[in-house]
Ligand binder design. Structure first.
Ligand code: ATP
Ligand code: MG
Length: 353
């Protein structure tokens, strides 16, 4: 099971430029969280700070009783082994083939035999659908394959925490859909704590348990998916609905006169769209941290937008859920019927990632 990360009052500046300040959030153990924010708001800086590559100016990052920014170098080195990271640029070594790239952390950080290294590398390449590509150089494979190779490398040390920076940038919508399903499947298998930075609204709406939004140098909101998808807060609503109307402009913030002009023209954000069902593992099982559809809304007296939690086949997952869970085999056992249940937004057809 992954570990919980508690961020308290975190502030990061470069010189006189404050990137974000007073960020507090908890990444719950084993859950998938997504971090959103306009370009340049410091999402990559946040991931690098979490993993200890950048030092915050203030605040704490608690993993158990260890406060990451203040650990002595030797303990920081040990704590870093809990993390698997996929950086925004993939950061593969161009002169090494895919096998050696993925094997690199194992050869660097463990004393495993070459046959053991091979077993682990092939297992992870299989997990991300890259078996057969191991002898290719990064320059010889597609952008999507590079991302998956980077993901396999982030997974070889069996991380408790997986940080992923824009895995979907530069991918076409179909590959992004496969990648989203891969994250959900991976989370079900390894139960690590995931934080995914993305610009893809569909990913943000369907993949995570929690969503956070960085805006104007602060964490505008962080919480359960249903909380953000039903939020009337203008910036959250604008971002999650990819709307031009709201406080975010091309150059990040609109000034007051632009907002007043929008108000005068009677422009206001439309109705909230329905909350889609959350993606589920493609083998039909339920992730241990997955919440019942509509559960957060019901517990907080929030009426979700009309049409919420209904899948493409017209099934209402608030109603289906108790029946579905009751019919599930325990985790670790084969899914009912041997081919997976009827899952909302299940794996797209095609079979492989
Ligand atoms: N090492 C550094 N030194 C100085 N400034 C930096 C450094 N790294 C990042 N920055 C600045 O921090 C700000 C946030 O950068 P960051 O890369 O985290 O943005 P981002 O939210 O990830 O954007 P994008 O969505 O485009 O990837 C930018 O203004 C950037 O120039
Ligand atoms: Mg970035």
């Amino acid at each position: 099971m992954g570990v919980e990360i508690r961020v308290e009052g975190l502030t990061k500046s470069f010189g006189s430029q404050t990137i974000w300040q007073d960020v507090s959030l908890t990444l719950p153990s084993g859950e998938i969280s997504v971090l959103l924010g306009p370009s340049g708001t410091g999402k990559s800086v946040f991931l690098k700070t979490l993993v200890g590559l950048l030092k915050p100016n203030r605040g704490h990052i608690w993993i158990g009783d260890r406060d990451l920014p203040y650990l002595p170098e030797s303990q920081l080195y040990d704590t870093r082994k809990l993390f698997g990271v996929l950086f925004q640029d993939g950061a593969l070594f161009g002169s090494m083939n895919i096998f050696d790239n993925v094997a690199f952390p194992l050869r660097e950080h463990t004393k495993k035999s070459e046959s053991e290294v091979k077993r682990i590398v092939m297992e992870k390449l299989d997990l991300v659908g890259l078996l057969g590509a191991e002898s290719k150089l990064p320059g010889e494979i597609s952008g999507g394959m590079k991302k998956r190779a980077g993901l396999a490398r982030a997974l070889v040390l069996d991380p408790e925490i997986l940080l992923v920076d824009e895995p979907d940038s530069g991918l076409d919508p179909v590959r992004t859909a496969y990648l989203n399903q891969l994250f959900v499947d991976l989370n079900a298998q390894i139960n690590a704590t995931f934080l995914i930075v993305t610009h893809d609204i569909n990913t943000a709406r369907t993949v995570p348990d929690n969503i956070g939004l960085l805006f104007r140098r602060e964490l505008a909101m962080f919480g359960p998916r249903e909380m953000l998808l039903s939020s009337e807060e203008p910036v959250v609503r604008q971002f999650l609905n990819a709307s031009k109307i709201g406080p975010i402009a091309m150059s990040e913030e609109k000034d007051v006169s632009e907002l007043e002009a929008e108000a005068r023209m009677g422009l206001e954000a439309g109705k909230l769209p329905p909350i889609p069902p959350q993606l589920m593992p493609s083998d039909g099982r339920v992730r241990p941290t997955q919440q019942a559809p509509g559960g957060w809304c019901a517990a907080h007296g929030v009426v979700p937008p009309p049409g919420s939690f209904i899948d493409d086949l017209g099934r209402n997952w608030v109603e289906e859920w108790p029946r579905y869970v009751a019919s599930m085999a325990p985790v670790g056992a084969p899914a009912p019927g041997g081919q997976g249940g009827q899952v909302p937004g299940g794996r797209p057809p095609g079979g492989t990632y």
